[in-house]
Design a protein around this ligand. Structure first.
Ligand code: GLU
Length: 302
C-alpha cells in the first residue's frame, strides 16, 4: 500500500475548523499514515461568496497546531478553473452535459405541471426541460445528464468502508445536476472529481454529511473515464440539540489552546481506544496511527 495510497482533507474556507471538521481531518490523516501513504490538503474555495477571507490560512494553522501537516504544499481550487472548464468541454462534446436556461421559478412550474413538487434537501430534481435544447433562450447554467443510456433511471451502487453497500437512484432522487452555476461558479461536484483525479487521490475520507454526494461524483468519474477512489465517511459530531454540527449553524471554532484535548475528543468520535497515551500531542498521534492500523474496523475495504 505504501507509495500507492494518496489521501486528502479538503476543507471549504467558510470559517475556522470546528470539532466536526477536525474528525474528518484526523481520520483522513490517520488512514494515510497507517499505511505509510501520502496526505494532501486542498482548500475548496470555488464558492467564493461563501468563503471567509483568511479562513484558509487559519485552517492550515489549526491543522498544524494539531500536528496534521500535509506532505505537499496545499492547493487552492480557485487556481484550477482551466481544468474544470476542460472537463466540462469534454462532457459537452460527448453530449453528456448541456446548457440550461431555466430559472428556479421555471423549474418549479415545470415540476408542478407534472404534479411533482419533488424537493430533496430543499433542492429540486430538475425535470430535464433543456436536455433537448434551449428553445432560443440564453444559457444560464450547465448540467450533467443523469439518465442511463437507454433512458431508464441510473442506479449507482457503491461501497462505503464504514456504512457498507449503498445505492442511489441518481435520476429519480437527484436528477440532472449543475456543473457550472448560473452565477458562473463551478459546482463542488465537478471540482472535487477533477481534483481528486488530478491529484491521484486513492482514498477519500470525509464526513458522513457528504455520503449522499458520492453517487454524483462516481457518475462523473465514470463519464470522464477517471478512477473511483475508495470512500470512508466518518461519523458526524452532533451539536447539543442533536443537529449536525456545521460552520453554518455557528459551530464554535475549536479551542486549540489544548490541541491534545481536541484530538482526544475527535478520537472519541472515531471510536479510537480511550487508552491512548495522553502525555502529549505527538505521542497521542503516534499511538492513534498504530491503533488505526492495527485494529480499525474500517481499515481497508477493497
Ligand atoms: N469541501 C467540502 C467541505 O468542506 C469537503 C469536500 C470533500 O471532502 O469531498 O464540506
Amino acid at each position: 500500500m505504501a507509495g500507492t495510497y494518496v489521501g486528502r482533507f479538503a476543507p471549504s474556507p467558510t470559517g475556522p475548523l470546528h470539532a466536526g471538521s477536525l474528525v474528518a481531518a484526523l481520520a483522513s490523516w490517520l488512514d494515510a499514515r497507517a499505511v505509510g501513504g501520502k496526505w494532501l490538503v486542498r482548500i475548496e474555495d470555488v464558492d467564493g461568496p461563501r468563503c471567509v477571507p483568511g479562513a484558509d490560512e487559519l485552517i492550515l494553522r489549526q491543522l498544524a497546531t494539531c500536528g496534521l501537516v500535509a506532505d505537499e504544499p496545499p492547493g487552492w481550487q480557485s487556481n484550477r478553473s482551466a481544468l474544470y472548464q476542460q472537463a466540462l468541454d469534454r462532457l459537452l462534446a460527448a453530449g453528456l452535459a448541456y446548457p440550461c436556461a431555466c430559472s428556479r421559478k421555471e423549474i418549479d412550474a415545470a415540476l408542478a405541471a407534472r404534479g411533482q413538487i419533488h424537493q430533496r434537501h430543499g433542492e429540486r430534481v430538475y425535470p430535464g426541460t433543456c436536455r433537448h435544447g434551449l428553445q432560443g433562450r440564453p444559457a444560464r447554467a450547465w448540467r450533467l445528464r443523469t439518465d442511463a443510456p437507454d433512458g431508464s433511471d441510473l442506479l449507482i451502487d457503491w461501497l462505503d468502508r464504514r456504512l457498507g453497500p449503498q445505492r442511489q437512484d441518481l435520476t429519480g432522487e437527484v436528477g440532472d445536476f449543475v456543473l457550472k452555476r448560473a452565477d458562473g461558479l463551478w459546482a463542488y461536484q465537478l471540482a472535487v472529481v477533477v481534483d481528486d483525479a488530478d491529484q491521484g487521490i486513492t482514498h477519500v475520507v470525509r464526513g458522513e454529511d457528504l455520503a449522499d454526494n458520492t453517487p454524483r461524483q462516481i457518475h462523473l468519474q465514470r463519464l470522464l473515464g477517471l478512477p473511483t477512489p475508495a470512500y470512508l465517511h466518518t461519523p458526524l459530531v452532533l451539536a447539543a440539540d442533536g443537529q449536525k454540527l456545521s460552520k453554518q449553524n455557528g459551530a464554535a471554532e475549536l479551542d486549540l489552546a489544548d490541541p491534545l484535548a481536541a484530538l482526544v475528543s475527535a478520537g472519541r468520535t472515531l471510536s479510537l481506544p480511550s487508552s491512548l497515551p495522553a502525555s502529549g500531542r505527538d505521542a497521542w498521534l503516534e499511538a492513534a496511527v498504530a491503533a488505526w492500523g492495527r485494529s480499525w474496523p474500517w481499515r481497508e475495504a477493497g
